[in-house]
Design a protein around this ligand. Sequence first.
Ligand code: MF3
Ligand code: CO
Ligand code: CO
Length: 260
Amino acid sequence: MSSGTKKTEAEIAILKEGGAILAKILKQLVAYAGPGISTEDIDDRAIQLAEEYGVEPVLLGYHPNFADQPYPAALCTSINNVVQHGVPRSDEVLRDGDILNLDMTIGHKGLIVDSGLTVPVGTIDAESQRLIDVTREARALGIKEARPGNYTGDIGHAIETFVHKHGFSVVEALCGHGVGYAVHEDPMIPNVGKPGTGVKIEVGHVFAIEPIVNIGDKDVIFDDEGDGYSVYTADGSRSAHFEHTVAVTKNGPVILTTEK
Ligand code: MF3
Ligand code: CO
Ligand code: CO
């Protein structure tokens, strides 16, 4: 694995613009999602918003190396026990008590940012809320480690330690990644790891940091027979995911996928 490309300050400024737009889009999608809305409705809205903001919905037609077919939608919508890469469908309707992960990647002025979050649909049970809170905080702790001189293993270690302290498990079959020139770039950013191992983090690195946390066991099932994308928890327990695109600067990590 290569240690990945470094982006210039000018490129990071563009990524920040794109990241602010993606944050606005996700915020509007969260406001739109609710009981009775289908995941395809959310995808249609995402495409509409991308057009309004003049950004590219780059997942639409993206062909990751793990899949047989190009991805058919602008975002991934993963509900409850769907861990990642849920494909929006007209016959999949949100219900009160669900948890929904929205994950979208956009291109702006030729550069790519990636972000996602898990939100309650209506009123959710306390354990699901705790899962969401722990996963969001795990992302924050992972991001803190994205500074020059640290290693990618420091990010994974911070995430893993926090999640385990709270009694949940970290999915190891999927991980974060470099991003900017492509949807997925080197290096991989595992959500588990040992301090001081992996790739050395340098100024100009841009990473998608994205812990994926299960209430139950960490094992997952890839739905190769079904839509070719959805990943499920093996034990049927619920899963959450939070993702930001982060630039490494000499002063430390800067989150790019926020409104400000
Ligand atoms: N946004 C996803 C990520 O965080 C990419 C999904 S690839 C897809 O890496 F093809 F499944 F959409
Ligand atoms: Co993503
Ligand atoms: Co990502």
